[in-house]
Design a protein around this ligand. Structure first.
Ligand code: AMP
Length: 566
């Protein structure tokens, strides 16, 4: 059974496999290897995924969603048509679409997958990723940290050299840094750090804010559609700014068309606070690896947002090394995840390659600390597995009950680096029954086991009874139970999905509609004529004519869309 690898990104997702030729990216129905992580409902209430849905973010903002990866493992609901979905379910629809593309391309049924996640994803977000896989009909065999995957892609080409890498991964929604050492085919992640809430989308928000300032009071009055349009233009302006010194956009406010501009200098100014946030995880990863910046031989950039010159300059200045980008930053995680798939399936070509990873954050429990004056103060954090410990790992601590005769303990499990649990992330709470012992404090062992996918299992054993409570953390407010996952899987299966063979035509229509939305006057009426023409070619059902019309229309749309940006 083929094992596929999936990069489930905030902005784009990719699917790949490991073959005799090495890692290979699989194209979708439109022939692209990047599938936008966007999901929506068509006018016929069919589920649409990818470019077609992304185009409709502007024209149908209430029936389309993107950037939901940020909400994996939270209770946030997304209302689509008459139903509401969680981020896991929207992700499952993206995964299902990728699975179908891979099945078509490979000519086999695909049920096993490796999925990449930000190194900084916590236990709840990782379980949510497993749940998304399950709801897409996939057995997720392993999760791999995104920067580790990137390092595997780079490392494979230089596995016989001795090198210390720093991988800097700024994607759409997350920022990860990993330090990696390579020697004799062994690739060892020495440390990881990151920020789960920093990514290219935040830089887009900064451009939206700047455009908002230029628009003045009418910015507040924009409706959801106009907002979507402005964000789309801001994102394109941000990308253009990676090539140009100044970019302008033509924005249709709903009443009139206005010109908004941004220079690279202004962009650097409005994104200064975001750039500042890059420094800390880089420094922490280096110091956790027991190194100094001088020990780093190579800097590898990953994630679309590292194309921003301001990010490259900052990294160069900080590390005094020019970053490498030999592999496409949008492809490198999926390529590396495919290498991991090859390793899991013991592919011959990878016989001499060994990979080790670390746990990027500290995991521990809540404890009460005894005051000198007697009495206990609850709410303190007791680390069990410290950050950047090599995984898989299992560690034990021994605690005692606070009161004699105590029959119950509620044990809070946390992730984070703060001394008080209230400032860390709660992963779950466990209730443990204790035999009543009025004479003494009862001792108990708490064993934490963290596996290669970053999933935590906690076992509590009370000394006197030797009774073990095995608890895989579930029941966090953001997590779905196994029963709920199965139920949602069945419901997703029932959804009507827009047929793949029509995806290319539908993408042209949604692109025309998006262009219509942003234009006025003559151009607008030209677009509506083109829409009618295209529909009539489709109705005639002559495949060669349709192909020709589609290619002409896409070329014409490239030209029209470029008119929005100057
Ligand atoms: P990823 O999740 O790695 O696909 O990263 C996507 C993010 O990178 C999005 O926020 C994009 O807007 C951003 N991005 C892609 N290309 C560029 C570029 N040339 N310049 C600036 N940002 C870019």
């Amino acid at each position: 059974m083929t094992l596929v690898a999936i990069d489930l990104g905030t902005t784009n997702s990719l699917i790949s496999v490991f073959t005799e030729e090495g890692p290979v990216l699989i194209p979708n129905a439109l022939g692209d290897v990047l599938t936008p992580s966007a999901v929506g409902l068509s006018n016929a209430n069919e589920v649409i995924v990818g470019a077609q849905a992304k185009n409709r973010l502007v024209t149908h903002p209430k029936k389309t969603f993107a950037r939901f990866k940020r909400y994996m493992g939270t209770n946030r609901d997304f209302k689509l048509g008459r139903k509401t979905y969680r981020a896991e379910e929207l992700s499952a629809l993206v995964l299902r679409s990728l699975k179908a593309d891979a099945e078509k391309h490979l000519g086999v049924t695909v049920t096993r997958a490796i999925i990449s996640v930000p190194a900084y994803f916590n236990d709840v977000q990782r379980k949510a990723t497993y749940a998304a896989g399950k709801m897409a009909g996939l057995t997720v065999e392993r999760l791999i940290n995104e920067p580790t995957a990137a390092a595997l892609a780079y490392g494979l080409n230089s596995k016989d050299d001795e090198n210390t890498f720093i991988v800097i991964d700024l994607g759409g929604g997350t920022f990860d840094v990993s330090i990696l050492e390579i020697f004799d085919g062994i690739m060892e992640v020495r440390a990881s750090a990151g920020d789960a809430f920093l990514g290219g989308e935040d830089f887009t928000d900064a451009v939206v804010k700047e455009f908002g300032t230029q628009l003045g009071p009418q910015f507040e009055k924009l409706d959801a559609k106009a907002h979507g349009l402005l964000r789309d233009l801001a994102d394109r302006a941000k990308v253009e700014l990676s090539q140009k010194e100044e970019v302008g956009v033509k924005f249709n406010t709903g009443k009139d068309q206005v010109k908004l501009t941004i220079t690279r200098e202004k962009f650097d100014e409005v994104s200064a606070s975001l750039i500042k946030k890059l420094r800390m995880p880089i420094q922490r990863a280096i110091s956790d690896a027991g190194m100094r910046a001088e020990n780093i031989d190579r800097v590898v950039l990953v994630g679309g947002a590292t194309r921003m010159p301001v990010v490259r300059q900052h990294v160069t200045r900080l590390l005094k090394l020019f970053p490498e980008h030999k592999l496409d930053p949008d492809h490198v995680v999926a390529m590396g995840a495919a290498v991991q798939a090859g390793l899991v399936d013991r592919h011959e070509a990878l016989e001499d390659v060994v990979m080790t990873d670390v746990c990027p954050f500290t995991l521990g429990t809540e404890v009460a600390i005894e005051h000198k004056s007697g009495g206990f103060e609850a709410g303190h954090f007791q680390p069990v597995i410290e950050r950047n410990t090599v995984i898989p790992v299992s560690r034990v601590v021994t605690n005692s009950t606070v009161r004699k005769g105590q029959t119950q303990i509620e044990l809070g499990i946390y992730q984070g680096e703060a001394p008080r649990v209230k400032d860390n992330v709660l992963l779950g709470k466990l209730n443990i029954a204790i035999p009543k012992n009025p004479k003494e404090h009862e001792a108990f062992d708490i064993r934490f086991t963290y596996d290669v996918s970053g999933i935590l299992e906690v076992i509590v054993t009370v000394h006197s009874s030797q009774k073990a409570n095995t608890l895989i953390l579930e029941g966090n407010p953001g997590s779905l139970s196994q029963a709920e996952i199965s139920k949602r899987f069945k419901e997703l299966e029932k959804l009507k999905v827009h047929p793949k063979d029509k995806a290319e035509n539908a993408a042209v229509i949604s692109r025309l509609e998006r262009a219509y939305e942003n234009q006025l006057g003559d151009v607008r009426s030209m677009i509506s004529h083109r829409l009618v023409d295209f529909q009539s070619v489709l109705e005639a059902q002559k495949e060669t004519d349709i192909e020709l019309a589609r290619s002409e229309m896409n070329k014409w749309l490239d030209h029209i869309e470029n008119m929005d940006i100057f």
